[in-house]
Design a protein. Sequence first.
Length: 420
Amino acid sequence: MDRRKVLKGLSLGMASLPFLSVKASQVHISEYKNQFDSNPADEKFWKKFRRDFYDVPKDFINLENGYFGVQPKPVYEAYLKNIEMVNINSSRFLRTKYSKEIKGIVADLAAFAGIDPEEALITRNATEALNIAIQGLDWKEGDEVILSGQDYFSMIEAFEMLEIQKGIKIKRVKIPLTPSDDEEILSQYEQAITPKTKCILVTHMIHLTGQIMPVKKISDRFKSQGIDIIVDAAHSFAQFEFGLKDLGADFVGVNLHKWFGNPLGAGLLYVNKNRIKDLTPLFGDSGREKDDIRRLGHFGTLSVPTLLTIADALEFNQTVTLPVKENRLRYLQNYWTSRAKDIPNVVITTPTQEDRSCAIASFKIEGKETKDVIAKLYDDWKVFTVIRFLEDQEVVRVTPSLYNLTSELDTLLKALKSIA
Ligand SMILES: Cc1ncc(COP(=O)(O)O)c(C=O)c1O
């Protein structure tokens, strides 16, 4: 879609954005088209890529890119321009141009996500997307849902609320940290299933350890038994390549402000066309057809500049391409985990096989308090990481982004040697 055409006739203010000190990108992402080769270890290339596209903090090394993704400069600049454009043109833009513009953006995003536009609903984040599915299903007293202790706390709490409100029953499975095969995981779900099982929630990439779950196999095995599969793809979407539909589940929730690199405040819900009618909206809507996904998204006025910028984040992802992104991120993770595992007392709590992890990994140090490890990493080495609570243990989560370099991971490794 040519956005310039849609925005034609609208005012743009001072291009210099004097109210913010933005270091403008000298390079447009399109100049990188076809320049990506498949070598994730070409540090010289990635150094230039970082210089061209990211403003990186000078006073610390950010290895906590799991919370949200730093926007590349072209996306950030587009966002600032969108804020300005919406503010200047205000209601005129919203009343005359926005619906056409966002329709095009949804169509492009849906194509990227491997779904039909009629199955895509833009939300404010993954929590909202997943709550629309979780709370929208027709729960009856005694219905059972299977969760794992490694699912995201907000989704667990949504089900705990339904436990109180509707009398549903939660069954919890234990996911092995470093499974030797998929069957080890599937058998956990198998054992928890009863004739009352209505739904399984699966986190595609576990946020605590970065483990990638065999979602397609879970869908294939249990959907045929009439069980609904809801997938939390908050961390997997745009970190590595897959189509949402290919997960085999009817409901998938995603955020766009993590690995997709959009400004904060955007998510996506996929609902299989045939299942839209089965969800009761979380926000009242009586004006649309039962199979119109927009019926589930009656949110009121939204952060329009954030949503318009999806077009720019999409362009960035399409140019870099997901296989290139995935290879580099997995390379960075393997770079530090393969070395850290040999440091005495360091235990990697992430499966490191190629198909079971990507950017995120976690570790603990035997005999050390995890909160002290985190503090030392930052205070002594200026390496920023985060503590995660993994059922009965605490781990340090390390999440490099595309802009991180191996020299920064060398600092992490030096720090680990000294702390362990
Ligand atoms: C696995 C998982 N699911 C859901 C979420 C919630 O995402 P959001 O805050 O965008 O709603 C997160 C956030 O970190 C997450 O890690």
